[in-house]
Design a protein around this ligand. Structure first.
Ligand code: NAD
Length: 446
């Protein structure tokens, strides 16, 4: 159990506590009864959170947020002085790469110089942001001054949108630069994590970067296979399904699709910078994943003069069922299409932007629709066959794209065949949802 320190107002202060990593983590600790302070500089987000509303999609978080605000276990602060009032200081600020795709370690360390007077040696400082290897040792040197500091690294490994669930399920990697830091960090995280895995600092720093690079490369492999299949006139999703069926060695082959967001490419590049740009697989993965929007546009250009076309991009978030547009490849796709003369419209179910149009309007207005994000709500969306659809995931039904019949992967087995879809009357804007069709089909059977 965590020992209470009467000197401290808080058990935990989270710096960057209103971010995608900091906020769910703070909620999880507060739910366990700890006094948590979310320190952040973003007042707009802070005022939303104080009202018990999540500023971004994080499934299962809002209900607990309201409870912990009410109980007084969770507070929001814009005052850096609160950092000194806590036993644990967890750092979750962003760690972006610069224009050369190398880490901005100086910014990260500079941040500690700014708050140094609010830190003390009684505290355990836990770095949770993803860092370039050796950053924690640099931090110790920077704070140093002949004093004993307790610095731990406990990398975050959740997938965005599902932190509340995954924080309770994933083992927590714990490393530290003093025994006290390791023990304290392990005791804190054992309150929410099912398992603590202690490693050396270097191992922990590599574990986080390797984890993201692994996923990025796996997606690149799928995307390369997709492009080869397309050029060969084969449907990658059919190939993938048949490959995996009863063959466990291929079980991890992902679907093709945009691999984007604020972490995977950034962390692959951090790893590459660490290995003096010798991480050739990482660079190859970047070329493939970042090249997918170009591949789609080149393919369209072979069939159309894009200057005559209205093209809709369905899904602007960087991945399914979240509202986060950071580093989303949907925008890169839009930019390339516009450069080639197309009129481009954007639509998303979760991300809000006054320039976006509804999916109904997108279908009404466009000659071509590209499904860029496979939001669940798009599954079974029917698009009339006067529209060409580019749908790498095979989530929507219709358009001029032939969905593989009977071969689609198990995720999409519920999607009806084209014949079923076209039996239905289209709504005024030519769009009918799968659920509505199923209900109608069932009522016909009765
Ligand atoms: N998003 C993810 O799913 C995820 C998963 C694992 C690891 N990570 C890593 O976690 C870190 C944070 O990522 P994120 O997605 O939560 O970023 P984010 O931008 O959502 O959150 C960062 C927060 O820090 C705040 N902030 C910035 N500067 C500050 C300062 N000087 N003082 C106080 N607060 C400040 C921002 O206002 C913001 O609320 C990054 O290193 C990222 O690589 C992210």
């Amino acid at each position: 159990m965590l020992k209470k320190n009467l000197k401290n107002l808080f058990d935990v202060v989270i710096i960057g506590g209103l971010g995608h990593v900091g906020l769910p983590l703070g909620i999880a600790f507060a739910e366990k009864g700890l006094k948590v302070c979310l320190y952040d500089i973003n007042k707009d987000k802070g005022e939303i959170v104080k009202k018990g509303v999540m500023p971004f999609i994080e499934y299962g978080a809002e209900e607990i947020l309201r409870k912990v605000l009410q109980s007084g276990n969770l507070v929001v602060s814009y005052d850096v002085a609160d950092v000194s009032n806590s036993k644990y200081v967890i750092v979750t600020i962003g760690t972006p790469v610069d224009e050369h795709l190398t880490p901005r370690t100086r910014d990260f360390l500079g941040f500690f110089e700014n708050i140094r007077e609010n830190l003390n040696q009684e505290q355990t400082i836990i770095i949770r942001s993803t860092v370039y290897p050796n950053t924690c040792k640099q931090l110790l040197r920077l704070l140093g001054n002949g004093k004993q500091w307790h610095i731990a690294y406990c990398p975050e490994r959740i997938t965005e949108g599902y932190a509340i669930k995954e924080l309770k399920e994933l083992p927590q990697i714990v490393a530290g630069l003093s025994n006290q830091a390791i023990d304290n960090a392990a005791s804190l995280f054992s309150m929410i994590s099912p398992k603590i895995i202690k490693t050396s600092m270097g191992e922990a720093e590599l574990i986080k970067l390797f984890s993201n690079a692994l996923r990025y490369i796996q997606f690149a492999l799928a995307n390369q296979f997709y492009m080869i299949s397309q050029k060969f006139g084969a449907d990658y999703e059919r190939v993938r399904w048949a490959m995996k069926e009863g063959y466990d060695r291929a079980a991890n082959l992902p679907t093709a699709g945009f691999a984007a967001g604020p972490c995977l490419l950034k962390d692959t590049m951090q790893l590459s910078a660490f290995d003096s740009n010798n991480f050739l697989l990482g660079h190859a993965a970047m070329m493939i994943n970042e090249g997918l929007p170009n591949f789609i546009v080149e393919d369209l250009k072979r069939r159309h003069d894009l200057a005559d076309k209205k093209i809709g991009i369905l899904g602007m978030a960087f991945k399914a069922d979240v509202d986060d547009i950071r580093d989303s490849l949907s925008y890169k796709l839009g930019k390339i299409l516009r450069f080639n003369g197309a009129q481009v419209y954007y639509s998303d179910e979760f991300a809000k932007d006054s320039t976006f149009v509804s999916k109904e309007k997108l279908i009404q207005s466009c000659d071509i629709i590209i499904v860029a994000t496979p939001h669940s709500i798009y599954k079974g969306l029917v698009i009339p066959n006067n529209i060409e659809v580019i749908d790498i995931w095979g989530v929507v039904v219709g358009g001029k794209r032939e969905l593989p019949k009977g071969y689609v992967s198990s995720e999409y087995k519920t999607i009806p065949t084209f014949e079923d879809a076209y039996e239905e009357n289209f709504s005024p804007v030519g769009i009918v949802h799968h659920d509505a069709r199923v209900k109608k089909a069932n009522s016909r059977k009765k």
